[in-house]
Design a protein around this ligand. Structure first.
Ligand SMILES: CC(C)(COP(=O)(O)OP(=O)(O)OC[C@H]1O[C@@H](n2cnc3c(N)ncnc32)[C@H](O)[C@@H]1OP(=O)(O)O)[C@@H](O)C(=O)NCCC(=O)NCCS
Length: 392
């Protein structure tokens, strides 16, 4: 009989180094590249699995938030899930995820989100597909804007508070954008050891937009421009950010950025550019049903009372009946009620982010109930398509 798994934070530097090698092999990344990643993620945020004295897997928990309905909901990002090949398919990752979810539940977390390399593993832990991150590629020459009304200059460290305020204002209007942690800002400033160049768009002393750019050479004659982040809070700033990017068009072929299925910034172009779009889905887990439902915002003017009956095989406390009252942009949750809308916790995640409608959940086998109850559940969660620019 095999001994139980021992799961917890790193015991020492040696164990972290060992996990660096496991992650390096799993993700085909040089081990030295993990050192700055570990520092930025915070060494205490890793959880390792040991069995019979051997390190057999691990992951990182990256605390941050995610915007839904104008509120930043506390969220634990999960990253670098890795098990060495000789220990795979033995339940290591499944055990690790359920221990981490228990820890998150007990620690007051509402949500958890991750980018899955395999969906089945995370579904088993209660995560569901809940949004997308699209990698958009278009030619620099196809950005047909030449609007220099607002000033552009290279950003200085003093601009950082205003840049973050612009990001926050733009992200709060979306569904799914991150309420970034220092770790996420580090990933914007630096991509695989290369520093990005930040520019700000200003109206007088006020920053209204910005872009973090990184040039990447393709071969001797060609280079692309990667936009690690960009945001604008006025139409003029949006046009100036795009003009700044277009001004690279002589010696940059492709402009590449992560976005939603359609970036509203591109509404400023006169023509629809030919774009290649690669879609990466992300998955969300409702860690604590009442906390998560109360933490997000809801559309102003929507009033609803939903009688949920939630099923959760991993976090038993989420099971059962909950009433969600929505009014004035807020949600209140109480146990009990009629439980007329049966929903799996995975389905609740896809509904929560606005990724699937109640009718789509029924089709996916994740919800059931009388037609009026399903219809009532649509309006509170309706909103923009959930998306995210950040990779983590
Ligand atoms: C994915 C990974 C973490 C799973 O770890 P594990 O301990 O083997 O997982 P478990 O034994 O708990 O569960 C196995 C489940 O993982 C999924 N899985 C494992 N290997 C897989 C593969 N090669 N392709 C697709 N799914 C896979 C399956 O759902 C599998 O369930 P099943 O055996 O019932 O079909 C491990 O294979 C790994 O480290 N892979 C390389 C790195 C990676 O892809 N990490 C995930 C980043 S999001």
């Amino acid at each position: 009989m095999s001994t139980p798994f021992d799961i917890g934070p790193p015991r020492d530097e040696r164990e972290l180094e060992q996990f660096g090698k496991i992650a390096s092999e799993a993700f085909v990344v040089a081990p030295e590249r993990f050192r700055p990643y570990f520092d930025a993620a915070g060494r205490g945020n890793f959880r390792f699995v040991r069995r019979d004295g051997a390190l057999v897997g691990g992951l990182a928990i990256l605390p941050k938030g995610q915007w839904f309905g104008g509120q930043a909901v506390p969220m634990a990002g999960i990253a670098v899930v890795a098990v060495p090949p000789e220990h795979r398919a033995g339940g290591v990752a499944t055990e690790l995820l359920s221990a981490v979810l228990r820890e998150l539940y007990d620690g007051g977390c509402s949500l958890s989100t991750l980018y899955p390399a395999t969906v089945a593993l995370y579904r088993r832990a209660g995560y569901e597909l809940a949004g997308v991150s699209c990698e958009v590629t278009l030619t620099a020459k196809s950005i047909d804007l030449r609007d220099r009304t607002l000033a552009v200059r290279a950003a200085t460290p003093d601009d950082e508070p205003q840049i973050r305020a612009v990001y926050r204002q733009a992200a709060a209007r979306t569904a799914g954008n991150l309420d970034r942690s220092e770790f996420n800002w580090w990933r914007v400033r630096e991509q695989r050891g290369e520093k990005t160049q930040a520019y700000v768009v200003c109206r007088g002393p006020t920053v209204e937009g910005y872009a973090y750019l990184l040039s990447q050479s393709v071969d001797m004659a060609h280079a692309n421009l990667r936009v690690l982040d960009m945001a604008a809070v006025t139409p003029e700033a949006a046009r100036r950010v795009l003009t700044l990017i277009a001004d690279y068009r002589t010696i940059r072929d492709q402009v590449i950025f992560r976005s939603g299925p359609f970036d509203p910034l591109l509404m400023h172009l006169a023509e629809v550019p030919a774009t290649a779009v690669g879609r990466t889905p992300w998955m969300t887990r409702i860690v604590h049903v009442p906390r998560a439902l109360a933490a997000r915002g809801y559309p102003a003017g929507v009033a609803a009372e939903l009688h949920l009956d939630v099923r959760d095989e991993v976090l038993a406390e989420n099971n059962g009946r909950w009433v969600l009252h929505v009014a004035d942009g807020h949600g209140e949750v109480h146990p009990g009620g009629r439980g007329t809308l049966a929903v799996h916790v995975r389905g609740l995640a896809a509904l929560y982010t606005g990724f699937l409608t109640p009718a789509e959940l029924v089709l996916a086998g994740l919800a059931s109930g009388p037609a009026p109850d399903l219809a009532a559940a649509a309006a509170p969660f309706a909103g923009p398509t959930p998306w995210m620019r950040d990779a983590f």
